[in-house]
Design a protein around this ligand. Structure first.
Ligand code: TEU
Ligand code: CA
Length: 576
């Protein structure tokens, strides 16, 4: 097992990263062009979302050939150059393996449709009357999870789009095919794999209607999932690679098993519970302000729970499916910078491996599209119709998409202030975010030592510099307030404390005198004594003002500014 605890992963959505041939789609040569930027940022792994041949119904998560490169993005030679050039800069690639389903244009599915029984067993086909789906399960993208094929008089399962047919993992031949794909990429020099919705692959042999939900309770963390994962990792010989599983509607106990080293399954897991605290009644399409108490509880549960079980978390706020975090839980206005930095620091210093999604490091914001014509995402377009059918007005449906659409994160990367942000010379496939402006570009932030970008660099440097961040234990501190979060990291005699104010208002926070005269390691803004009058004659003011006074009495209460973020280190750390 490779030690990946001090590594940082950067996620690239190739379609929106950098277009070098002026067709409006990002491409692999565009990634190569930006490798110096990524090296300078300090990241170790580059997770590329799927670039394989695909009809692009779900932007590449509908794969029609797992062993080639979609000409839209370049050639196999381009990819090999990317592997080489990344490695020359001490970075490795992490490929996105979509093994729950294939595109219906994949050869296997086409042969199944043509009547070849062997390939029908690659998928989940069920006999049945054309007017009655085998179960009442719902697709994650809306509508029934089953599709009828009149020619075969059979239904096939598709948990996502109609063109994404679920594979039958109970068929050993399917599992062998998938192992071979992994070996193919490992032989090409790939040392990292992200597995798309991997905890959904093991379906129950008997499928029944779900009268409580959409069917997910039957197939999430399904009956043979651990057995299949162990087998895949062992036989594909990827135990020495960094692997992350995307776990949909999962549980802590399963994630411990997926990621604890002794189980020999995966290096770590993504879970999404903390990104559902603004779903009203668990419904992504029902808007609600974030429930910060719940958010805190979830961090405490997953951080301490995974620690106790020797599991390992992937730490993230953003990806290509999630709205931008600064728009969601921070502030797009006057505290844009502070809130983006606070949110970053809050998770980067936790126990686990941080993931940065392209554009997050410059505080990119939601798309704020005024019209439905600007959306491209299949899920967004489906749900727009569903919302209208359910009686919402167009304005309400658009407001919901504005907050929840996956296109929020897929807008072109903002490199510079050029017409299309330096992403392309041509009209991009998806419009720029409406709030695109010079301050939110890489070029502007590279010139500013106080930028969000500079802050991300610091966080990455700190992880490499202070082993307590990569390897220390974590314990949360009681802050008596839903809007503040505080935790301590400890490794032998190294200790640091992280204090976050998640609110756009001032909040009080308690701190113990133990932190007397400890240096400020990092903060997201400059602070003077005047900022915190209540600390004025306490020594807590010391940390924040760095004036060198010491703390004397018992617990102190301090006022934290809106979205303030402070990290204190003990003396041992100071000497590092
Ligand atoms: O996503 C899995 C998934 O279920 C969600 O992220 C989903 O997109 C969202 O919750 C629906 O509200 C993965 C990929 O990350 C996503 O891009 C793909 O569309 C999906 O699998 C299917 O491959
Ligand atoms: Ca291109």
């Amino acid at each position: 097992m490779t030690d990946f605890s001090d590594k940082v992963v950067y996620q690239i959505y190739p379609k929106s990263f950098r277009d070098t041939n002026g067709d409006g789609f990002g491409d692999i040569p565009g990634i190569i062009e930006k490798l110096d930027y990524l090296q300078e940022l300090g990241v170790d792994y580059l997770w590329l979302t799927p670039f394989f041949p695909s009809p692009q119904r779900d932007n590449g998560y509908d794969v029609s050939d797992y062993r080639s490169v979609n000409p839209l993005f370049g050639t196999m030679e381009d990819l090999e150059a990317l592997i080489r050039e990344s490695r020359a800069r001490s970075m490795e690639l992490m490929l996105d393996m979509v093994f729950n389903h294939t595109s219906t244009e994949h050869e296997w599915f086409q042969r199944a449709l043509a009547g070849e029984e062997k390939y029908q067993h690659y998928y989940i086909f069920r006999e049945g009357a054309p007017d009655r789906a085998p179960t009442n399960w719902q697709s994650k993208f809306g509508g029934s999870a089953w599709e009828y094929v009149p020619g075969l008089k059979k239904w096939y399962l598709r948990l996502f789009d109609v063109t994404q047919a679920d594979l039958n993992w109970d068929n050993p031949e399917v599992r062998e095919e998938l192992k071979e794909i992994l070996r193919f990429w490992k032989d090409k020099g790939i040392r990292g794999f992200r597995f798309d919705v991997i905890n959904l692959v093991s379906k129950p042999a008997q499928m029944e209607d779900d009268f409580e939900g959409d069917g997910r309770r039957f197939y999430s963390d399904g009956p043979h999932i651990h057995e299949y994962l162990k087998e895949l990792v062992r036989d594909a010989r990827i135990g020495d690679c960094v692997t992350v599983g995307e776990m949909s509607s999962t549980s802590l106990s399963h994630c411990i098993r997926y990621s604890s080293p002794k189980e020999k399954e995966l290096s770590m897991c993504f879970n999404f519970h903390h990104l559902k605290v603004d779903y009203k009644d668990g419904d992504k399409w029902a808007l609600m302000a974030p429930d910060y108490r719940k958010l805190k509880e979830l961090f405490v549960k997953w951080q301490t729970g995974m620690q106790e079980g020797s599991g390992w978390n992937a730490l993230f706020w953003c990806n290509h499916d999630q709205p931008r975090i600064v728009s969601r839980m921070g502030d797009e206005g006057i505290y844009w910078k502070e809130s983006a930095k606070m949110l970053a620091g809050m998770i980067h210093l936790m126990r686990g491996t941080p993931y940065i999604y392209q554009g997050e490091e410059i505080g990119m914001q939601n798309a704020h599209y005024p019209s439905i014509d600007q959306y491209r995402d299949v899920e967004s377009l489906n749900y727009y119709e569903i919302l209208l059918e359910n009686g919402k007005t167009k304005e309400e449906a658009l407001a919901t998409l504005a907050a929840r659409s996956r296109d929020n994160s897929r807008t072109p990367m903002q490199w510079n202030k050029g017409a299309f942000g330096g992403f392309s010379e041509a009209e991009p496939w998806l419009p720029m975010a409406a709030g695109f402006r010079e301050a939110i570009t890489v070029e502007a932030q590279q010139k500013d030592g106080n930028s969000i970008l500079a802050f991300y660099k610091k966080l990455i440097t700190m992880r490499k510099q202070y082993p307590v961040i990569a390897k220390g234990t974590i314990a949360f501190l009681e802050t008596e307030n839903d809007m503040t979060l505080a935790y301590e990291r400890t490794l032998e005699d190294q200790k640091l404390i992280v204090l976050c104010n998640l609110d756009g208002k001032e909040q009080k926070i308690k701190i113990s005198p133990e932190w007397s005269s400890c240096p400020v390691i990092l903060q997201n803004g400059r602070r003077t004594e005047a900022d915190c009058p209540s600390c004025k004659d306490t020594d807590f003011g010391t940390f924040l003002t760095d004036t060198g006074r010491t703390l004397t009495s018992e617990e102190k209460t301090c006022t934290m500014k809106p979205y303030e973020f402070v990290v204190l280190g003990n003396r041992t750390l100071k000497q590092l």
